[in-house]
Ligand binder design. Structure first.
Ligand code: KG4
Ligand code: ZN
Length: 338
């Protein structure tokens, strides 16, 4: 079976084609012009998706050595995300499904991320302790099967990626912040400054507003004129990264002590973070668990993960009408305790 995936929920336009669970092509166009504005401008994002999506589809079909008629299932992200951006990909996919007569499967973006590690070989084994860390979401999940996801905890305020982006902005490192902070952190000392790691009532919840504010106060107190020497920027980044990542790895260890898992998987844009990967691999070693991180091209937003998830939903026998609407929340029937 050939599955077409379309992703347009935020600032990446992506088109992928899978042959069953094997990726034939996964094209990603990142709208880097948002850097000029210090963050994603929704209306500009929608317009850029509109301009890019058709050429990307043409290129994807060509690279996979197929024609549009060979595609068996058409999948697209239906939410959550920026509504205007979602509508471009979703409507385009519905139009394709209408004109080719092929089944249309809407996909939840977060579910796309959750199962993105199943694009890897070997795949994780259920039950999978899954940490979703992206620009918009931070969640720790017990993934029991393709159709059963139990939430253990989630952020009560900012997402992990959002914290990286906000701290980078206040240090003048630009957008997106994650890669810039990681790079600066490589030359800094993780123990230079002690930033807080939150403890919450639900021990699996996360909070990132305290650490972000602590970085802000540190900068205001020590650099009132706004000039921060590069060495200090490196130390702030390394210390922030240590606290932000330890907040995540602490919960992974807690969950491993309490529940039985066969694998650990970390997904979403922040899964590209090298320090996070090193720490989780160490935990995997300690607890003798398989650890699966998706390839970098499947960490950030991409259509391969959407196609894979759509394929699984198709296999469950579900069908969808072309009236299906885009949705803003991450809830889906596969989350059992939301
Ligand atoms: O999953 P994603 O591409 O988009 C959303 O669905 O949100 O995640 C983007 C987020 C951004 O906040 C970005 O700063 C963060 O992932 N990110 C990183 C790294 N690379 C990207 N955060 C920390 N370290 C990185 N190396
Ligand atoms: Zn995402």
């Amino acid at each position: 079976m050939y599955i077409l995936g379309i992703e347009s929920s935020c600032d990446e336009t992506s088109v992928a084609i899978l042959e069953n669970d094997k990726v034939l092509t996964n094209l990603i166009y990142s709208q880097s012009f948002h850097k000029l504005y210090g963050g994603v401008v929704p209306e500009l994002s929608s317009r850029a998706h509109l301009q890019t999506i058709k050429p990307l589809l043409d290129q994807a079909v060509k690279e996979a050595n197929l024609t549009l008629n060979d595609i068996d299932i058409i999948t697209a992200t239906a939410g959550p995300g920026l509504i205007g951006a979602l509508l471009v990909g979703l409507t385009f996919a519905k139009g394709l499904a209408f004109s080719t007569g092929k089944p249309f499967i809407p996909v939840n973006h977060i579910e796309g991320h959750i199962f993105s590690s199943f694009l890897m070989t070997p795949k994780p084994q259920f039950p999978v302790l899954t940490l979703v860390v992206s620009g918009g979401h931070t969640m720790l999940l017990n993934v029991l099967s393709d159709y059963e996801i139990i939430k253990l905890g989630s952020t009560v305020d900012d997402a992990a990626g959002e914290a990286f982006d906000k701290v980078a902005k206040l240090l003048g490192l630009g957008y997106p912040g994650g890669p810039a902070i990681s790079k600066a952190a490589e030359s800094g000392k993780r123990s230079a400054i002690k930033f807080p790691i939150s403890e919450l009532k639900n021990k699996y919840d996360f909070s990132y507003s305290g650490i972000k504010t602590a970085v802000l106060y540190h900068v205001q107190r020590n650099y009132p004129d706004g000039n921060i020497p590069q060495e200090d920027i490196n130390n702030i980044c390394a210390s922030f990264e240590y606290a932000a990542i330890t907040a995540l790895t602490n919960k992974i260890e807690l969950a491993l002590k309490e529940f039985d898992f066969n694998s650990i998987s970390v997904v979403g844009g922040v899964a590209a973070n090298k320090y996070l990967k090193e720490q989780v691999l160490e935990i995997g070693n300690k607890y003798k668990k398989q650890v699966v991180f998706p390839d970098l091209s499947y960490c950030g937003d991409n259509a391969a993960m959407i196609a894979y998830r759509g394929y699984k939903i198709y296999q469950s026998g579900k069908t969808f009408s072309l009236d299906y609407k885009a949705f803003p929340s991450f809830f889906s029937e596969y989350f059992k305790n939301m």
